[in-house]
Design a protein around this ligand. Structure first.
Ligand SMILES: C[S@@+](CC[C@H](N)C(=O)[O-])C[C@H]1O[C@@H](n2cnc3c(N)ncnc32)[C@H](O)[C@@H]1O
Length: 214
């Protein structure tokens, strides 16, 4: 069963006020716009979508990445977000559902991608989400995701920001590359590519992992 924090995370994004303002909030200033553009570029490189690929995106939100993926299946728990995504990418199959228990058959996809979603999961939730992704992935398929790298300063600032502004109510979790290697290895994935993005404070780890042992 997923944690209370994961439920809070889901509930937060179901609110209409959040859905309606998400894009403006995410790209509301020059710094954020550039940050998103850099992340997008690296994600697209790591996904390296080919014509025959069956790609699944988890937590697509308002379609920031989805709109660049052409034919893709995108899942999110927020129906409001999915409506926006569908407008941005009419080729996308948008599915309302939970990434911890997906309405897809085993081995249906050869690439599963998720951007800026799993950094809201603690280790138990992260493992659950990885296992469910593994279930719907074919053997030798790819799992592409990002994580916030462990950084005391970033955690410290984030903690006060949340305390003062009470922005979301759910947490952000950080991982070292070593943590991710251990978690992915125990689930049968081999890290194939890693990209590190330096932000003003802290770094974001982007990775492409191959399922070698289903
Ligand atoms: C921080 S947003 C990130 C979205 C997007 N990938 C981006 O980079 O703009 C997180 C998204 O995950 C979705 N979400 C939360 N819990 C989920 C769950 N259990 N299953 C699927 N999606 C979920 C939310 O509705 C929200 O749209």
């Amino acid at each position: 069963m997923k944690s209370k924090n994961a439920e809070k995370f889901t509930d937060y994004y179901r609110q209409r006020r959040v859905t309606g303002t998400y894009d403006a909030q995410r790209e509301g200033n020059k710094y954020r716009k550039i940050k998103r553009a850099v992340e997008l570029k690296y994600f697209l490189e790591l996904i390296d979508k080919q014509n025959e690929d069956r790609v699944l995106e988890l937590g697509c939100s308002s379609g920031f990445l989805t709109k660049h993926l052409g034919k893709v299946t995108a899942i999110d728990t927020s129906e409001g977000m999915l409506e926006i995504t569908k407008k941005k990418n009419p080729l996308a199959t948008c599915v309302a559902g939970d990434m911890f228990s997906m309405p897809f058959k085993e081995g249906r996809f050869n690439k599963v991608v998720t951007m800026r979603v799993w950094n809201h999961l603690d280790e138990s939730d992260l493992k659950r989400a990885i296992r469910e992704s593994k279930r719907v992935l074919k053997n030798n398929g790819y799992l592409i995701f990002d994580a916030e790298e462990k950084s005391f300063l970033r955690r410290f600032i984030g903690f006060f920001y949340q305390r003062i502004f009470r922005t979301t109510g759910y947490k952000i979790y950080q991982y070292s590359l070593k943590d991710l290697k251990r978690i992915l290895g125990s689930e049968g994935f081999k890290i194939e590519k890693v990209k590190i993005i330096n932000h003003r404070i802290g770094r974001q780890i982007l990775m492409r992992n191959k399922l070698v042992e289903k």
